[in-house]
Design a protein around this ligand. Sequence first.
Ligand code: SF4
Length: 281
Amino acid sequence: MNRTQKARRTLDRLREEIPTPETELRYINPYQLIVAVILSAQCTDKRVNIVTEDLFADYPTMADLAKATPDEIYPYIQSVTYPNNKSKHLVGMAERVMEAYDGEVPQTSKELMTLPGVGRKTAQVVLSVAFEVDALPVDTHVFRVSNRIGLVKKDALTPRKVERQLKRIIPQDEWGEAHHLLILHGRYTCTARSPDCDACPLTDFCTYYERLQRLPDPIDGLDASRGLYYCSTTDRYFDEPAYKTDRYGVRQIVCPVSGSMQVFHTKTGETTKKVPDFRVN
Ligand code: SF4
């Protein structure tokens, strides 16, 4: 199956699982959306929705926010990540929108990216969600899920590369929907720490799942008193492992004598082999 077919099948199956693929941020206009998206960087939508309720009640318009100081905004958003920077960005963004764009959130990526706190991803989300411009923003979930499923090539190790490759295999009028489907799949099923493959409809073609299946089975009855690790190639126990980077760029534990990756934790019997999990650094 080529990547275009994989993308088609992925979106078809995710549509069945996720009937309303849309942002979970609460907003009623572009002003509220851009504020919420700035606040959501490295923070959960749930947390953002909690803080924006009071923030929007007291600062209902861009003009109101532009008149505030970062110190006044800070108490509203102190429970989100990076509240110091974000309060400065919010006020700076509102000031610039008032000065340069008559109080209206601009509708091009270039203009949006001139606003404090607005990078490429934030700009793309605002364009896609508020103005229905065809955009495919790549956040940490889209990045991880696209790589795991194998929708992108092995060299797609930056969000920008993932975005470019996805745009080539997904029809333009489906970019916005694909963005939400992949985010929600990553948030609730294919999570960073423990993907719930048992509940996933994509196992028959997911590259990550296939690699997980190829990992060696655990070995029963290892003697942990003889060493932390066991190499099944040399039938040898050891405490001090060596390391090697595999062909997927993952640093693996290897046997210090043979260099074999057939190494197991003696306490659990589990393999030490790791499958790349594609986190955005
Ligand atoms: S099979 Fe597992 S790794 Fe693959 S997309 Fe589904 S949850 Fe993620």
